[in-house]
Design a protein around this ligand. Structure first.
Ligand code: G16
Length: 544
């Protein structure tokens, strides 16, 4: 094998965001762009010689091309063994599972998650570490620093490999195993859930299911697990064929983008459980018959019930949620007498808490839920949790959630996104909010009196690392809250996210409309942020 040392010069924009480096395909396709980033990862890793790495992606446009490049750079950097999902496919949670099960040193996941795919759309790459989770900030900062000074990368001068044939091959000295992308993950799921009970409920028809794979990575996983192994009726998994451009859709599991599923769930033909996952399989949306479960509520309901599922019979050590996620799970934790941690947005912040066994379950408002079984959020796992839960409790999704509200109260919750805002305008809005923070506590706005106002700062309780400026929080004496932050996953302009929540204890009021219940808070958010005025936008582009 001939190793080439190619001269290159740095790109200024390779700073990983909330979840790895995400850019337009055209950006990634610039000569040396991907190569620089991958070599920067190897340089930051130090010595990868002889180590095992995992490699796979969500199958989007440029996945295969990028994979071939990474294989050659890995060989040139002395990697001992590469485990690659057949066809270059691995969902994000499956990649995490494979890293852990095979005790790999880490792995590259190629995905821009829920962002659209295609020649004019998005691509992404992230590195996961030995625990199977996203690299912590210290590592991604080191990669970025390296990318700013890189002058050379190493690449093996070898032909492309066959990604589709299962088995062992060699690239120079490096061993490459093309593995089935589903098997290890499916075995883990079988260990966590009561497959017998779920299967008998599905086969008898007492539970019916529709899972929307949105033409993304979960198709093969959902077909194998839900239809082949558990016996859900053929066709229960829709849009199951992974496509490079997700069929022109936006593989984001929410009511807007998973509209085929949403229409079904609000029709007379609604199955008992409706669910969808995103581009790389780590997000989930849960629905019941004429009922939408917010991700924050889903986390809280799972926290209160997960002990009913075989993999979690010992109960929870603790829970965690990202800062903008609603406080519904905090109430469950308080009632159970366990700790609830509040972390910045980004799954990487849960890694230490999970490794240190401080928490068992964690989740985010952005349709992410997961547990200590892997170190990524896990879409299909969340669906299996709900399937198992409705099978055990013999209740509908809506009844389980309504009962939960009666017990703990309801946290009305909504996120308003302003997408495609000019970066300087978005930064101006955040600066304007930050200026007001010291003067806000004690101020009264109608029925809302500010109890605290800050810019969220997180000190990791395990390694003491500090993350600052993670979003503006304004809390009120009645338990309501609003949060403002800029997205770290977009690829064009800036996205301002405004998160709003209001707690309601009285069950008689739990049936109210969410936006109406939040209307005063929504107006106050505009008064404080001037988001509409400054962006020139009449309303949010997306409301979830
Ligand atoms: C990523 C992160 C999540 C985060 C989400 C939204 O999800 O893994 O932890 O909540 O982005 O981030 P932002 O609000 O910064 O856009 P995914 O599914 O895109 O990898």
């Amino acid at each position: 094998m001939k190793t080439e040392f190619r001269t290159t010069s740095p790109f200024p924009d390779q700073k990983p965001g909330t979840s790895g480096l995400r850019k337009k395909v055209k950006v990634f396709r610039q000569p040396n762009y991907l190569e620089n980033f991958v070599q920067s990862v190897f340089d930051a890793l130090g010595d990868a010689a002889g180590k095992t790495l995992v490699l796979g992606g969500d199958g989007r446009y440029f996945n295969r091309e990028a994979l071939q490049i990474i294989v050659k750079i890995a060989a040139a950097n002395g990697v001992g063994r590469l485990l690659i999902g057949q066809g270059g496919l691995l969902s994000t949670p499956a990649a995490s599972c494979v890293i852990r099960k095979h005790k790999a040193h880490g792995g590259f996941i190629l995905s821009a998650s829920h962002n659209p795919g295609g020649p004019d759309e998005d691509f992404g790459i992230k590195y996961n570490v030995t625990n199977g989770g996203p690299a912590p900030e210290a590592f991604t900062n080191a990669v970025y620093a390296r990318s700013r000074e890189i002058t050379e990368y190493r690449i093996a001068n070898v032909p492309d490999i066959d990604l589709d044939r299962l088995g062992e091959i060699k690239v120079g000295e490096m061993a490459v195993s093309i593995i089935d992308p589903v098997s290890d993950y499916a075995a883990l799921m079988e260990h966590l859930f009561d497959f017998k009970l779920i299967s008998s409920s599905l086969k008898s028809g007492s539970i019916t299911l529709c899972f929307d794979s949105m033409h993304a990575i979960t198709g093969p996983y959902a077909r194998r697990i839900l239809e082949d192994e558990l016996g859900a009726a053929a066709g229960s998994v829709i849009n199951a064929e992974p496509l490079e451009d997700f069929g022109g859709g936006h593989p984001d599991p929410n009511l807007v983008h998973a509209h085929e599923l949403a229409e079904l769930m609000y029709s007379a033909k609604s199955p008992s459980l409706g669910a969808a996952s995103d581009g790389d399989g780590d997000r989930n949306m849960i629905m019941g018959d004429h009922f939408f479960v917010t991700p924050s509520d889903s986390l809280a309901v799972l926290a209160a019930n997960i002990h009913l599922l075989p993999g979690y019979h010992d109960g929870l050590r603790g829970v965690a949620r990202s800062m903008p996620t609603s406080q519904a799970v905090d109430r469950v934790a308080r009632a159970m007498g366990i700790e609830c941690y509040e972390t910045p947005t980004g799954w990487k912040f849960f890694g230490n808490l999970l490794d240190d066994r401080k928490i068992t379950l964690c989740g985010e408002e952005s349709f992410g839920t997961g547990s200590d079984h892997v170190r990524e959020k896990d879409g299909l796992w969340a669906v299996l949790c709900w399937l198992n839960l409705i099978a055990v409790r013999k209740q509908s999704v809506a009844d389980i959630v309504r009962e939960h509200w009666r017990r703990f109260g309801r946290d009305f919750y909504s996120r308003h996104d302003y997408e495609g805002v000019e970066t300087s305008v978005a930064e101006g809005i955040m600066a304007h909010l930050r200026e007001q923070l010291p003067g806000l506590p004690g101020k009264q706005f109608g029925e809302y009196t500010v109890s605290y106002a800050d810019d969220f700062r997180y000190e990791d309780p395990v390694d003491g690392s500090i993350s600052e400026k993670q979003g503006v929080r304004i809390g009120f004496e009645n338990g309501s809250r609003m949060v403002f932050r800029l997205s770290g996953t977009g690829t064009e302009g800036a996205t301002l996210r405004i998160y709003l929540e209001r707690y309601e204890r009285d069950p008689a009021l739990h049936g109210q409309d969410t936006q109406e219940t939040l209307s005063e808070l929504i107006a106050l958010a505009e008064t404080l942020s001037e988001a509409k005025r400054r962006s020139g936008m009449a309303k949010p582009t997306v409301i979830t």
